[in-house]
Design a protein around this ligand. Sequence first.
Ligand code: AMP
Ligand code: TRP
Length: 342
Amino acid sequence: MTSQPTRQRILSGMQPTNDSLSIGNYIGAMTQWVALQENYDAFYMVVDLHALTVNPDPEKLKTRTRSTLAQYLAGGVDPSRSTLFLQSHVPAHAELAWILSCNTGFGELGRMTQFKDKSAKQGIEGASAGLFTYPVLMAADILLYDSALVPVGEDQRQHLELTRNLAERMNSRFGEDTFVVPEPHIVKAVAKVYDLQQPTAKMSKSEVGKGTIWLMDPPKVAAKKIKSAVTDAGTEIRFDREEKPGVSNLLTMYSVFTGQTIEQLEQEYAGKQYGHLKVDLAEIVADFLTQFQGEVHRYLDDPAELDRILATGAAKAQAVAQETLARVYDRVGLLAPGHGVA
Ligand code: AMP
Ligand code: TRP
């Protein structure tokens, strides 16, 4: 038998917390997912269990889960290359999260900036325990698949660091090959897309204003948001995060959607005004969204196909996850069923 070279495993996920993903999700994460699926054994999931941390309406969660999957597919995640599944279809995620949570410090979780931000918004007393332990479930997602790389945006760096710490801690306690210690895959140029109205803050999924472009925004609405984006003092079109955060953000988007480098764009727009850049980018993004949304609807109109993709993905994911879980159960001292008297 010829042995196939084994491809390294990668894994990532997004929360189905809105009807639409944002253009930040697309640029910061999804473009990387699509690029990496060529050369890696990629596992991409919709993290529906994570979405429960903010107590969503049940019917909305179901619709949004399907819609998130359709957006992955429309964005170029290819089910014949990647394993696509729902987190809740693989029980091992919740099971491993329990084991990991018994090895995670209370203080460690309290230092997570995303928890601090989210719980501050709703008041710490109202925050769920699930919101607090959310990074442990994320660590379980990653470690279950022996993931070598995790493609995410900049805002997930701290959660990845916690995952690495947990893996190393458990490896030193239970044996070095208990877990693969994952590396973040965060591509600096695109890892943080900024709010169009406040270009020093992250474009956020909880934002309701004109600062966020949604992948499911009517193309005209998205174009308008770009045309009314806050730009900077001066007139020169040049990439400079410090002095020109607004223009730099627009140039980043432009570069992602056209494949042109920032230098090429700076040359192309030398001597032109901000308005020119915005009008052109508005059209580029509107065209992309028109095509993208056509694909999303094509998938949503074929629920049987979505179910088939999810069933295939769940079976593959379960097989890998179950093997890791059995290994970890054994390492931490849980008896395997039927072998207790051996
Ligand atoms: P979430 O929407 O929080 O589930 O995030 C899904 C993925 O998109 C994660 O990998 C995030 O790091 C990434 N992401 C979210 N917002 C942005 C943004 N504004 N810029 C770049 N990446 C982002
Ligand atoms: N916490 C991530 C976010 O909000 C989503 C996520 C959950 C994830 N599990 C993951 C990302 C595993 C990468 C790998 O964006």
